[in-house]
Each structure stands twice: as structure tokens, then as C-alpha cells.
Ligand binder design. Structure first.
Ligand code: HEC
Length: 184
């Protein structure tokens, strides 16, 4: 009799536990489905941080290799390809706004969108240059890239970044990961 009682208590306990697990899982699932339906997946970082850690970093690989006087090695073209892809994707990312105080205001401006597009187009040109291993094309892409940064900075960038994030000294050791004669 006791065994039956113990067994049924254990059965009841596992049943309750199972219900709790299902309840929690269901709640989590409903939340992410709701977020997906509302397209509510806000950028978790700021434009300032993205500029410094991703955009500036990737762009420097393109410029520094474009300025290299030696013939570029296979791996170096591959690095340019890699960073061009990052930079091309960073354009649309910038149109999503961010956590910085002005990020969402900037993202609503048509001029912001057009500068972000210019940056992505220049990065796609650099990607093409890398795939063709064409140095002249890389240089042209680098010039167009610089124009796109400067045009947007002239219109939007405050003198001091809103969050004070700059690569020097914060991330300085991560820049210019390659060292070669002739590199900037
Ligand atoms: C669509 C507009 C836009 C484009 C394109 C853009 N930036 Fe920015 N960038 C900004 C804004 C706005 C800030 C300031 C953010 C803040 O203060 O919150 C900024 C800040 C920065 C910063 C950090 C601040 C500093 O002074 O060090 C760096 C570095 C930077 N940008 C590099 C670049 C580079 C390199 C490119 C091109 C490859 C580029 N940006 C393209 C808008 C842009």
C-alpha cells in the first residue's frame, strides 16, 4: 500500500514538474514569436560602438592594403575579401538605429540612408577587387569608401562622439593587425 502511495506521489511530482517546464517553454516561445511578428528586434549596440569596432576596423584593412606598395599575397586578398563583406553588411545595419542617444533619429534621415548605401556600394566594389585580385580597382574602391565616410561624418558626426568611444586607446592594439613595409 505504502509503495503504491509513494509511487503515485512521485508520479504526481513528475507530472507537476513537466507542466511547469511546458509552461516556461511555452512562455519563452510565445515571446520570441511575438517579437518576430512585430519585427521587434532592436539593435542592442550603438552606432558609435559599431563605427569603432566594425566599420573603422574593416575599412582600415581595405585602405592599408590598397596603399601597400608590394604585390599582395593570396592571404592578404582573402583578408580584404573578408573585411569587405563585413563592411558591406554594416551599411544596412546602420539603418536600424541603435542604443546611442541620437542613433534612431539619424537612422530616420534619408541622407543617412543614402550615405550608408554609398558605403556598402564602395565595400562591394572592394569585394569585387579582392575576388579579381585587382589592385587598381581596390584603390578606386578605397577612395570611394573614404568619400562615403566623410560625407556622412560632415553631416552627422558630432565633434566628440556621443558615447566617447574611439579606437585609441580603447581598441588601439586591435588595429593594424598586420605589419608590412609600405603599410600606412
Ligand atoms: C551613415 C553615416 C556614416 C557613415 C557612412 C560612416 N560613419 Fe562613422 N560615424 C557616424 C556618426 C554619426 C558617428 C558618431 C557617433 C556618435 O557620436 O554617437 C561616427 C563615428 C565614427 C567613429 C568614432 C568616432 C571617432 O571620432 O573616432 C569612427 C572611427 C568612424 N565613425 C569611422 C568611420 C569610417 C572609417 C567610415 C567609412 C568606412 C564611417 N565611419 C562611415 C556616421 C557615419
Amino acid at each position: 500500500m505504502n509503495t503504491i502511495k509513494r509511487n503515485s506521489t512521485a508520479l504526481m511530482a513528475s507530472f507537476i514538474l513537466m507542466m511547469v517546464v511546458i509552461f516556461v517553454l511555452n512562455g519563452a516561445l510565445t515571446k520570441s514569436v511575438e517579437a518576430a511578428e512585430n519585427q521587434n528586434f532592436p539593435m542592442p549596440v550603438s552606432v558609435n560602438a559599431l563605427m569603432v569596432t566594425m566599420i573603422d576596423h574593416s575599412a582600415h584593412y581595405i585602405w592599408d592594403y590598397a596603399a601597400l606598395e608590394d604585390r599582395m599575397l593570396e592571404d592578404e586578398w582573402l583578408a580584404v575579401e573578408y573585411y569587405s563583406i563585413q563592411l558591406a553588411a554594416a551599411g544596412p545595419l546602420m539603418t536600424l538605429g541603435g542604443t546611442g542617444e541620437l542613433d534612431n533619429t539619424w537612422a530616420m534621415s534619408p541622407q543617412w540612408l543614402s550615405s550608408a548605401m554609398d558605403m556598402t556600394n564602395a565595400a562591394m566594389k572592394s569585394l569585387n577587387a579582392a575576388r579579381l585580385q585587382d589592385k587598381t580597382l581596390l584603390e578606386t574602391a578605397g577612395d570611394e569608401l573614404l568619400d562615403s565616410c566623410l560625407a556622412c561624418h560632415r553631416s552627422f558626426k558630432p565633434d566628440i562622439p556621443t558615447e566617447g568611444v574611439i579606437h585609441d586607446p580603447l581598441y588601439d592594439q586591435l588595429y593594424h593587425l598586420f605589419q608590412r613595409e609600405g603599410a600606412l
